[in-house]
Design a protein around this ligand. Structure first.
Ligand code: FES
Ligand SMILES: [Fe+2]
Length: 441
């Protein structure tokens, strides 16, 4: 439980807010590369309460600049893309890729006024299908050397989706390992051969047990949380019988991402990025250790559930998430279909735009959330004091993995065996996925 002041401090992310200042110290997803794929690569971006425009010049370079023209505030998203520059269509002011105003065609000949005008702009970097932005001034941290960035482009698929709630409750569902046994429960198991591109539909590790059965039959995981150089490692152990333990390892990658296993073949790195205080996007990179990702299939699976251009889910609050009581009795725990993203979306949005944490009762299953809030709170304070050594801002290029895996181990030696299981997958990978144990634990 938090006080109202603490809750506001952890959740509000606008310019000059304490958590907003902290989140701005990191590279965060701003758009999918897919959004820039059309004939006119200019897209609106709302990020951390700021309205921006992202555009790609003819030279392929990306720019992220303020959305409203500094002349009289017209919308630059409707601007004319001229070579590498963007021209406001109200009075023709032209801005180059750094945001510098270079022409004011209606001002008197020889006017130098444009030299004083520059758009607010932020550095961006494109990695494996996502454009990342850095919204603080100064020097950005290096990218962590994690699997989704190490894997070749062919082995990573990126997608996103809109949730109408605060970013923190969206992140917190990802560090709550117990909910998968309930929220994502399927009352019947699907043939794992049909599982491609879906979460929790493969078999558990190298067994014949479908993950759906395992989660359903063993709902009380024993949770262990470790603080690491990247954030938190969450280990959920489910005792299957007197010989075997199911070990599921997931991670919180500070500040706003998680990494989780999706299937035996793929992991997911998922960022929960504030659009503003009451809306957020999840951005995911699905990374395959074996074959190249079937991007067409993964994209079409997800486009069936989302509308463009804003990636809003078709199932949402306005249509009760297509809730079906008969399905709830017979097939799924929620009655909201098979897509687990919808289940998570419902859980987060149904709390209200910003969860009232003055009226919650955290239990043992919430230990990851409790630890994360403590770290977040500490980092907000450090950032406010101007201290430089924030988590994940220094030596970030030595961060690997993080190891995210479903493994079946013995009861005694599980701590070593889940790592061996991960090493085995990594050494069989079709790209250089080796995990160096000296690094970043
Ligand atoms: S408002 Fe943009 S040029 Fe006038
Ligand atoms: Fe979930």
């Amino acid at each position: 439980m938090l006080s109202a002041e603490q809750n506001a401090r952890l959740t509000q992310i606008g310019p000059n807010s304490p958590a907003g200042n902290l989140l701005r110290q990191y590279w965060v997803p701003a758009a999918l590369s897919d959004e820039l794929a059309g004939d006119r690569p200019v897209v609106p971006v709302r990020l951390m309460g700021e309205d921006l425009v992202l555009f790609r010049g003819e030279n392929n370079q990306l720019s992220l600049v303020q959305r409203h023209c500094p002349h009289r505030g017209a919308d630059l998203c409707y601007g004319r893309l001229e070579g590498d520059s963007l021209r406001c269509v109200f009075h023709g002011w032209l801005f180059d890729q750094s945001g510098q105003c270079v022409e004011q065609p209606a001002e008197p000949e020889g006017s130098k006024m444009h030299q004083q005008i520059k758009l607010r702009n932020y550095p961006v970097i494109e990695r494996n299908g996502i454009v990342f932005a850095y919204m603080a001034g100064g020097t950005p941290p290096a990218f962590p050397n994690i699997d989704c960035f190490r894997a070749p482009h062919s082995h990573v698929f990126a997608f996103k989706g809109l949730w109408q709630c605060n970013w923190l409750q969206a992140l917190e569902v990802g560090i709550d390992p117990a909910h998968a046994s309930f929220l994502h429960r399927f009352l019947e198991d699907e043939d794992p051969a049909e599982s491609y591109g879906k979460q929790f539909r493969d078999t558990a590790a190298d067994t014949e047990i479908p993950m759906t059965q395992l989660l359903r039959e063993f709902p009380r995981p024993d949770l262990e949380i470790e603080e690491t150089a990247f954030g938190l490692r969450l280990i959920a152990k489910r005792k299957i019988d007197d010989q075997r333990l199911h070990v599921r390892v997931t991670n919180q990658l500070f500040p706003c991402a998680i990494t989780i296993p999706m299937s035996n073949e793929m992991n997911i790195t998922q960022w929960h990025v504030p659009i503003d205080d009451t809306n957020c996007y999840w951005y995911a990179m699905f990374t395959s250790f074996t074959d190249p990702v079937d991007k067409e299939k993964m994209r079409s699976q997800r486009l069936k559930e989302h509308r463009l251009p804003d990636y809003a889910p078709h199932k949402n609050q306005s249509n009760q998430y297509h809730y079906d009581p008969v399905e709830q009795q017979k097939m799924t725990y929620t009655g909201m279909g098979q897509d687990i993203n919808v289940h998570d979306q419902w859980a987060c949005e149904s709390m209200g735009a910003i969860q009232d944490r003055t009226d919650e009762h955290l239990g043992r299953t919430d230990v990851g959330i409790i630890r994360y809030r403590r770290i977040l709170s500490k980092m907000i304070e450090k950032c406010g004091n101007g201290e430089a050594d924030l988590l994940m801002t220094e030596n970030t290029s030595s961060i690997q993995g993080p190891r995210s895996i479903d493994a079946i181990t013995s009861l005694e030696n599980w701590q070593q065996e889940w790592q061996d299981f991960d090493d085995k997958r990594r050494s069989a990978a079709s790209w250089e996925a080796h995990y160096n144990k000296e690094f970043a634990e």
